[in-house]
Design a protein around this ligand. Sequence first.
Ligand code: C2E
Ligand code: MG
Ligand code: MG
Length: 381
Amino acid sequence: MNILIVEDDRLQATNLKILLSRHIKGTISTIHSGSQVAQACKENEIDLMFCDINLPGVNGVDLLSTLPEENRPKGVVVLSAMNQDVVDITYSMCLSAGYYFARGLAKPISSEQLQQVLTDFDKQTKQTKTGYINEPLSKDDIERAFTNGWFVNHYQPQYKVSTNELIGVEALVRCQHPDRGLLSPASFLSVLNQENQQDRLFWVVLENALKDMTLLKGDLQLSINMNQKSLKVPMSERFFELCNVYQFAPEYITLELTEDEVYDSGVTSLANLANLRLKGVGLAIDDFGTGYSSLSQLAVLPFTELKIDQQFIGNALLNFKSQQLTISSLQLAKSLGLRSVAEGVEDEDTLAYLRQIGVDLYQGYVASKPVPIEELKALLQ
Ligand code: C2E
Ligand code: MG
Ligand code: MG
């Protein structure tokens, strides 16, 4: 592993180097001025760069945003003794500049923080090598996936926060590609959206889910992700017919809409939603707080559930703003009479916190990753 430390304070640079050498094997070089970074990255392929933001001459922010793409380190850790806000915004800038791994840390850095960063970096590098996060599927492959039935669902259990009782699942689509293995939505959703195939996917996922649910005993609730495009044509009859074929009660289904596009108030969409709600189908606003016009959507569409985005939940114990956004989203859900769901709960401490503030449901790696139907069945027994 090739590490580069960019830090003008020589004492801090040495301390970091000593700390790093306890955790990794490899080369650790240090430079003290921003103007030497481009050259250093050109000469050696850097895996991970630790970069102070506040450098004399070229500062860290300008440096990271202008470094030529072909010479960039694989990952970057932004360091600052300044306000956490500055670290956070620089971290976001790195992600949007296309660094595939980025972290922001306020100085001084502890040994535990460093260990965590190195573990995360290692994990991400491995994922990329195994191709889980990789090239998007081609248009042709998307078509083949539909015609050959490569789309399958995994199911992530949802639990009551207060009792830890498993009460439902969210269906999450995967593509079982014959050469590339199991692909996550990140590999195919954007191409699929460009090709305007969202609606076709919705019906495939719904039917697969209803079919899978017949293999389970008991009355699990089922959440399905849906793009607003699927509401633009009359669809409620077809929806109820399908529920009828698989003998699944519509009132056990919740449709999740993400707020990533401006909401559509066309007559057909509203009529579909009215018909679905009449038969008890739930409607969730997914990834709440991350898209456009969330509040105006809440005002018009008949939501029954609010899913607090994992970005806030994941940082609720680490970052003051994320914590406040979690609390505000929860209060909003409560005041509107919506069921609240926390997404992406990864550890027991976060779960305990959600219990303390009174979130209704949660899903996340702390309890279970999304699993194939056979595993879900085993989990329920
Ligand atoms: P989403 O609906 O917000 O789903 C939650 C995502 O968070 C899932 O990613 C899930 O695997 C992941 N997740 C769950 N627990 C944790 C956790 O503890 N930590 C972390 N880091 N992640 C966790 P996935 O399956 O890759 O899906 C990504 C997105 O793709 C979904 O976000 C949803 O917007 C979209 N998607 C998935 N299935 C479908 C589908 O059938 N139709 C449509 N239109 N979109 C779908
Ligand atoms: Mg969802
Ligand atoms: Mg979500």
